[in-house]
Design a binder for this molecule. Structure first.
Ligand code: B12
Ligand code: SF4
Ligand code: SF4
Length: 429
């Protein structure tokens, strides 16, 4: 998602003690003024070239520290523009696929040029934080659907904090470390660096996917001046599968690997400000916040691991709220409730808009179901599950049924065996 756009920069970072941005540094800068800041920058530049580091923690040490701090995976990417991403990003913006996310169009160079993030960057530590839990979506049938990314504690906060802790550990070995931390908080293309650091491939649904971990994970980065060899990139394992493209109820993929935010539910119920237009109130169906469909159907998510991380567990304050409660909530209560949640991206008025639309959609679906129920003896599906021409029918790409918790879609089949991925199933390479 795009917390970076709001400029709040939660969990974001202007750098460490030697790269500006923390509390002490901010105060010092304020006192010293702009001229002094320029001197500091000049000094730092000299420092990089004049004082070579003699001690560097190894990749394996950093990886072990990262895992110890709670990350699920740690990788290393080169501090170079991830291959082809700048051109892809510009084409995407040129086609207006960023909808009203004007902040996406600012500074496209910065998103993919590590030197614009940290001058003299030499490597990028990339981290993955799994967020799939056993909590079903919706939590209970009477509740609205809040997509999984927003169930637990705000990932910007969690990843930011852990990256800061990782940096402190690295500094015990390399006190002169220059670094910059990001997690969807700066104009940086998180997935491109995650991909370059071996955390997965960018799938046709545009999410970063790993064969073992699926795609239910968040990404964060630390740009550093450490000399660390990059990890090996992962091959694209989408093969000939197109489950996500076919399942998207709003045809948001103009082509594989390209998402048009103008047609994505997650854009409309999270990023769009103000009233819905073009019948988007209906098109969001019963998704109050975000949308998980193109991930739920992905075969690589069938056996994605559930995280036990306390910070990622579903928060009842978020997943246990009824539509009526969301609709009538005072802004003050709303803010208190969503304070440590990724939902803080959704403004109180926009949450009311979403809740009103979902209520209408549920009522319409209920009415359709009643009519269908009296006209036919076919009771295989609920009205809700039949809404819309392309709506998810509760089945994965192989037609296997899925309960409200998406259990089977995650491959927890009776044998307990890992479901084959698309290549294994279809022999594609
Ligand atoms: C803007 C944004 C959105 C927008 C647009 C989504 C999009 N796909 O661009 C909206 C609001 C729709 C959105 C939705 C979601 N988002 Co979002 N979002 C972002 C954000 C801020 C920027 C993404 C971006 O740069 N888009 C621009 C286009 C150009 O990039 P792109 O989609 O990656 O598309 C390009 C690639 O696929 C590339 N490509 C294709 N093949 C290849 C091959 C190679 C070799 C390379 C290099 C590139 C490449 O070409 C495409 C160009 O069209 C990032 C955080 C960040 N700062 O990076 C989070 C981020 C992508 N979002 C995230 C999440 C969790 C979500 C949701 C799951 C939340 C939800 N449940 O509702 C959905 C998923 C929808 C989806 N299928 O993508 C995570 C994804 C984690 C992961 N495992 O992939 C991120 C990384 C945040 C984070 N730090 O964890 N999001
Ligand atoms: S998040 Fe939902 S609406 Fe957006 S592309 Fe995926 S399936 Fe389509
Ligand atoms: S559903 Fe299939 S095509 Fe889509 S991302 Fe997953 S493996 Fe790739």
């Amino acid at each position: 998602m795009g917390s970076e756009g709001c400029g709040v920069g939660k969990g974001s970072d202007g750098g460490n003690g030697s790269d500006g941005g923390n509390g002490r540094e901010a105060v010092r800068r304020k006192e010293a003024g702009l001229a002094a800041e320029k001197n500091v920058r000049r000094f730092r530049r000299q420092q990089t070239t004049v004082i070579p580091s003699t001690t560097e923690p190894s990749k394996e040490t950093i990886r072990a520290w990262g895992l110890e701090l709670g990350f699920d995976r740690v990788g290393f990417a080169p501090a170079a523009e991830p291959e082809g991403v700048q051109a892809k990003l510009k084409t995407w913006l040129g086609r207006g696929y960023h909808a009203n996310m004007g902040w996406m169009a600012r500074d496209p160079e910065r998103r993919t040029d590590p030197n614009l993030i940290l001058e003299g960057a030499r490597s990028v530590i990339v981290v993955a934080q799994q967020y799939l839990t056993s909590e079903p979506v919706p939590s209970r049938p009477e509740l609205p659907k809040v997509s999984r990314y927003a169930h637990g504690r705000d990932y910007h906060e969690v990843i930011g904090k852990r990256l800061h802790a990782l940096r402190e550990r690295i500094e015990t070995v390399r006190p002169t470390l220059r670094s910059r931390i990001a997690c969807d908080t700066s104009p940086i293309h998180d997935k491109a660096y995650g991909r370059a650091g071996g955390l997965g491939w960018i799938g046709k649904n545009t999410c970063l996917i790993d064969r073992e971990a699926g795609s239910w994970f968040f990404l964060g980065e630390m740009f550093t001046d450490l000399d660390l060899a990059p990890d090996v990139e992962v091959t694209d394992f989408c093969g000939s599968c197109r489950a996500c493209l076919d399942a998207c109820p709003t045809d948001a993929f103009p082509e594989p690997y390209v998402l048009d935010a103008n047609r994505c539910i997650a854009y409309w119920n999270i990023e769009h400000r103000g009233d819905f237009t073009d019948r988007w109130g209906e098109k969001i169906q019963d998704w109050l916040v975000g949308c998980d469909i193109c991930q739920e159907v992905c075969p690589w998510n069938r056996k994605a691991p559930e995280t036990q991380d306390p910070d990622m567990q579903a928060n009842e304050q978020i997943v246990g709220v009824t539509l009526d409660q969301w609709s009538s909530m005072e802004p003050q209560e709303y803010r208190a409730r969503i304070r440590h949640s990724a939902i803080s991206r959704v403004k109180p008025a926009d949450m009311k808009r979403n809740a009103a639309a979902v209520s209408l959609n549920k009522a319409a679906a209920g009415a359709r179901s009643t009519i269908q129920g009296s006209a036919s003896t076919d009771t295989a599906g609920t009205g809700e599950a039949r809404q819309g021409t392309k709506e998810r029918d509760g089945r994965g790409p192989d037609g296997r049924g899925q309960d409200a918790r998406g259990q089977d879609a995650r491959g927890q089949d009776s044998t307990g065996q890992r479901a084959a991925g698309p290549d294994e199933e279809e022999g594609a390479s």
